[in-house]
Design a protein. Sequence first.
Length: 185
Amino acid sequence: MTTYSHTQPSVIIVGGGLSGLSAAAYLARAGHGVMLFEKSSTPGGRARTREQNGFFFNQGAHAFRLHGSGDQVMSELGVSYSSTPQSKPSGASMLADGKLYPMPVGAGFLLGTGFLTDAAEAELTRVLGLLKHLLRLLFTRRNCHRGFRCIMSLVFYFVLMWHVIVLFMLMFIVVIMAMLFRTCV
């Protein structure tokens, strides 16, 4: 481990992954003495890719959504990086324009693929964000306690989920058709 200061640390951070490194940088900028412990020989945690016999293996999830909080932290800390939108492999592929594309496995897959217009991506991001916020509001302990209000929250949740499932199915069909007809939605 390399020591960058001879003063006693006021903060000790265990783990040199992206969160630990970010916390250490922010704390050091604020004037705190920081000591960071990392078990690996290099920092970064699971945010690394290993090559073996010409194949690349991601050691963990380390993609940032454009304009998200991770992107904001990296920008504030002056860290430049490049990232390609990734999807969870579904095991199935589609052929369009002579290229194989992984089958979409959720609405998040559609972001950054080029299958949606910028306006459609912005709207999808907005709707998903609102849905996440709404569900968080419905199911916090402060809002959901025994009684009628909690039962109504659950009923609303199941009705909402049914509509979301139908929406995702329709979006999936639109993407498949767009790929088949080589048009952009």
